[in-house]
Write a protein that binds this ligand. Structure first.
Ligand SMILES: [Zn+2]
Length: 489
């Protein structure tokens, strides 16, 4: 791995809404962000990886009421499940922030509100708007199809009230320029164009509060307890509050964020409202937004009614963490929507993991474990060049967040190794020197594969690396158990 350009790397995920437990759609975003965080750690960067939960708002309050719980009880219950993804999916985040944390999170939200007030960008006005409970936000005519929210399929409520507004319109031009020039880079380009089209017509000011009588489950507006902040000046602030904004100066070490990972439903908030707020508060914009699509299950949208919601805990218990992680990287295209299908999952498992990676490593280890010590400084140039070429390609795909393609390239190296064993037939060679030369090449390929797969399937990578007991330039193989036992129907 190329260890140039070491620096800090601050990466965040969207924070998940706690009115229900996590499903595979939540899991994939965390798994992808985890791979990017691990990739940067391999490069030698100082990484800070943040995730968390968005816990305020009408939806949590309503769901809690329906379940006969307090909003705090419901939030606590689901926050534990979201946090539980760390173990189930082997996620390496450094911090988990909850927006109900009034010691860590609220001071940052309050400070941001004050900065917006100081900038003259918060004002009060009577407002008539369409409120989508699914969005947890006011939406506009542009968000409707047949009178219903195009994302949530529900009719919005018409609401008449006095709210505080943020003067987002003032920043339309600045935001557009930042996105156009890639000062705020949006990946993929299709999402960049989508948001530029949206901003083209100019941005409207946005409601930043709700009357406390209608929404009390949130952070009170500073100096006006009759109003509660909602979503924007609450949830988005987590990226700053978690690193100390409003509490100490620590945040200056990490801000601006190097990468926000988010779903396509979050694009407008992160690429319009968030930069507007940051401009108003005199803060730098995040460097990159990586915007991914949605995951369906067996070709259909996941829903409780259909009963096809894929539970990340159940699936990792059944197949193992790395098998699930691998599928999410390999089979779901990171720029588009993807599908989780058990049939495809099992095909990938048997094809790529059991027969591909698992079988290759096991073959090489069986042949090479008899050798007392392998001197890897004797690796042939041709092999080293092939490995270098693969490493460069994988890095390039990582920089573009094209995980499925990066994984595909690593598996090309496995196929290359497989072909090399089949051609050279080391088991049939009598000349010990010649045989050792071939096995040395193979062990070095295995070592490289083990390093390259670490961001994707870290547990498997570590297992392989433990089998390659290394001392300076010498490797002695200690074969362990099977990596991926075949699934039998
Ligand atoms: Zn909606």
């Amino acid at each position: 791995m190329n260890k140039e350009n070491q620096g800090k790397f601050y990466i965040t995920t969207a924070i998940d809404y706690v009115n229900g437990p996590p499903h595979i759609g939540h899991a994939i975003q965390k798994v992808w962000a985890d791979a990017v965080a691990r990739y940067h750690r391999l490069k030698g960067d100082e990484v800070w990886f943040l995730t968390g939960t968005d816990e305020h708002g009408v939806n949590v309050a309503r769901t809690a009421e329906m379940l006969g719980k307090t909003p705090q009880e419901l939030a606590d219950e689901n926050a534990v499940k979201f946090r539980g993804m760390r173990n189930a999916l082997n996620l390496s985040w450094d911090d988990f922030i909850r927006t109900t944390d009034c010691e860590r999170h609220w001071p940052g939200a309050v400070l941001m509100w004050q900065k917006l007030v100081e900038a003259g960008d918060i004002y009060k006005k009577k407002y008539r708007g369409l409120y989508c409970a699914g969005h947890e936000a006011f939406i506009t005519q542009k968000d409707l199809a047949d009178g219903k929210c195009f994302l949530h399929g529900k009719e919005p409520e018409a609401i008449d009230e006095e709210n505080y507004f943020f003067r987002l319109s003032k920043y339309s031009q600045k935001i557009k320029l930042a996105i156009k020039s890639d000062a705020l880079k949006i990946v993929p380009v299709s999402r960049k164009n989508e948001i530029l089209n949206f901003i083209d017509e100019g941005l409207e000011d946005v409601s930043f509060s709700r009357p406390t009588k209608d929404l009390s489950w949130g952070i009170p507006v500073p100096g006006d307890s009759e109003h509660t902040m909602y979503v924007w000046c609450d949830a988005l602030i987590n990226y700053l509050s978690a690193i100390g904004y409003g509490l100490n100066e620590e945040w200056q070490k990490w801000w601006p964020a190097d990468l926000h990972v988010l779903g396509k439903d979050n694009l407008r908030f992160h690429a319009a409202i968030w930069p507007g707020m940051l401009f108003a508060a005199g803060l730098e914009l995040p460097k990159v937004l990586f915007v991914h699509g949605f995951v369906t299950a067996e070709g259909q949208k996941m829903s409780k009614t259909i009963g096809n919601v894929i539970d990340p805990f159940e699936i990792t218990r059944k197949y193992g963490t790395d098998a699930v992680r691998y599928y999410l990287f390999r089979e779901i295209p990171s720029y588009d929507d993807g599908d989780f299908s058990i049939k495809k999952f099992e095909e990938r498992y048997n094809g790529d993991l059991a027969n591909g990676l698992g079988n290759f490593v096991s073959r090489v280890f069986s042949l090479a474990e008899k050798i007392y010590s392998i001197d890897i400084s004797k690796t042939e140039k041709e092999i080293l060049e092939k490995i270098k070429e693969i490493e460069i390609q994988v890095s390039a795909k990582f920089e573009e967040y094209k995980f499925h393609e990066a994984a595909g390239i690593i598996w090309e190296l496995i196929s290359y190794g497989d072909r090399y064993v089949n051609e050279k037939k080391p088991w049939a060679i009598i000349d010990e020197k010649e045989k050792t030369k071939i096995l040395t090449n193979l062990v070095v390929i295995v070592e490289s594969v083990a390093e390259l797969i670490w961001p994707f399937i870290p547990e498997t990578s570590e297992k392989i690396q433990k089998s390659l007991s290394k001392n300076a330039n010498f490797i002695k193989i200690k074969k362990r158990g099977i990596l991926f036992p075949r699934l039998n129907k």
